[in-house]
Design a protein around this ligand. Sequence first.
Ligand code: COA
Length: 535
Amino acid sequence: MTILKTTLNTATTDFAENDAHYRRRIDELHALRRTQRIGGPEKVRARHTEKGKMLPRERVERLIDPGTPFLELGELAGLGKYNDVPPGAGIITGIGMVSGRHCMIIANDATIKGGTYFGMTTKKHVRAQRIAWNNRLPVITLVDSGGAFLPDQENIFPDEGQFGSIFHNQVGMSGDGIPQIAIVMGPCTAGGAYIPSLCDEVVIVRGQGFMYLGGPELTFAATGEKVDAETLGGGKMHSSVSGVTDHLAENDAHALALTREIVLHLGEPPLPRKTPATPKPPAYPIEEIYGIVSRDAKVPTDNREVVARLLDGSEFHEFKPLYGDTLMTGWGRIHGHEVGVLANNGVLFVESALKAAHFINLCVQRDIPLLFLADVNGFMVGREAEQAGIAKAGAKMITAMSSARVPKFTVITGGSYGAGYLAMLGRPFQPDAMFIWPSGRAAIMGPEQAASVLAQVRSQINDREGTSWTAEEEEAFKAPIRKEYETFQDPYNFASNLWADSVIEPGETRETLALLLDIASRRPKVDTNFGVFRF
Ligand code: COA
């Protein structure tokens, strides 16, 4: 296997300045993560723990096997969207090992608006279900939720992808044999009560967990019946009278221990279909990526140097190295798991698009997962490219990428724009997971280009109407467009809207992908039916 060579000089001022700049962005990421990890206001957290309840993060930690990682997903979802609500949208989602088996864990944070669901909370819950479903992971939901956050009705109630889809997915997943367990750890009203009701097995905490479609107040308002919470939906009642719940726990710790036991009896865990090689670290320090990626977004990254720092032993069996070299394609390993890598090194030309289609076809044939490292301005434009059939070649790449049913992952490492973003396994093509680095950006086009295109359109209208504008007027027109695009393309905007599953730093990329590749290697192979390739 070829070991990728490096030509990097780490002793330059440029490297040092890039490195310092990237590290500041990573500090920013960690600061945002910290705000999310704290949860709701201190007063509310104190009230929560005074009731003898564990905070949601502690619950997750107690649920997973000691010393094993928890791959959190969507941790910055909802960032800056709701007043007084920290990023994360009041719910924790991620993959953790429970009793030796990887599970999707979904935990409401009752310290944030009573654990109620905003639009983004439902989107995050649905996304976690989708990842679990694709990978056939059991789902454990730690329910402590008042149901819908009523003022956000339009983003919760009427449409597909909103609250109702949580139930729809539960039923579909159940039909596909995916185990679902709920622990009722607080008062769960309305939607919060349906989630456990649609699970295979339900644990409830005595004197603390309640489940009802309408609480005591609503019941009184609706029917005039006066009834206390325990009689209406307490753990003892549901476990001994209604049969809605299956296991009665004495407290959070007991409920979590019972759940770990339930997981032991879910049947045989799936075995990997592949044998990973012995993992080895890359030949060059991964942290050097911070100095490789320029602090100036206009300076392109030598992604060969990036690939060399992501693969085991920096070993890369490159495919067609001399053809279509603005896209690197080849095979390598991440923590022993084989992966087919597509990494940009410039604009996509006809040759690079054809090479991508060929390479994806080979990976599908060989049942090898795909990893797209996206950093691309788009496809080549102009007479020469059009006459060479760039539209047809791009369509082949998109057909191959979109059809491929092997596990496929995207990491946006740099600026990914327009059709380039889409062709490099953009979100609409349903990657199994998509991450974005702090240096990642994505939009229809770059801020300057968008401002120029719209200014040109305006100029043409001016010409038609016989008017004109001064250079200052043109700049005043362009500045807000540039700003809007800058904000849009920011990785945290992608994370806030859950267009990416998480912002991760380069140093976390190998471990993140290794866990997902391991899980994906345990799901059944799905056959690919390629769409029509236009020749
Ligand atoms: N929609 C919007 N906001 C809600 C809410 C809902 N369904 N339920 C609670 N909140 C808000 C409260 O206004 C409060 O906001 P604040 O922090 O700005 O003061 C915050 O969430 C915490 O509520 P609080 O009642 O103080 O917390 P609690 O821990 O004592 O009780 C609940 C939590 C969820 C049990 C309780 O608030 C409740 O029963 N809510 C109504 C649930 C309901 O009927 N849902 C129907 C959905 S279809």
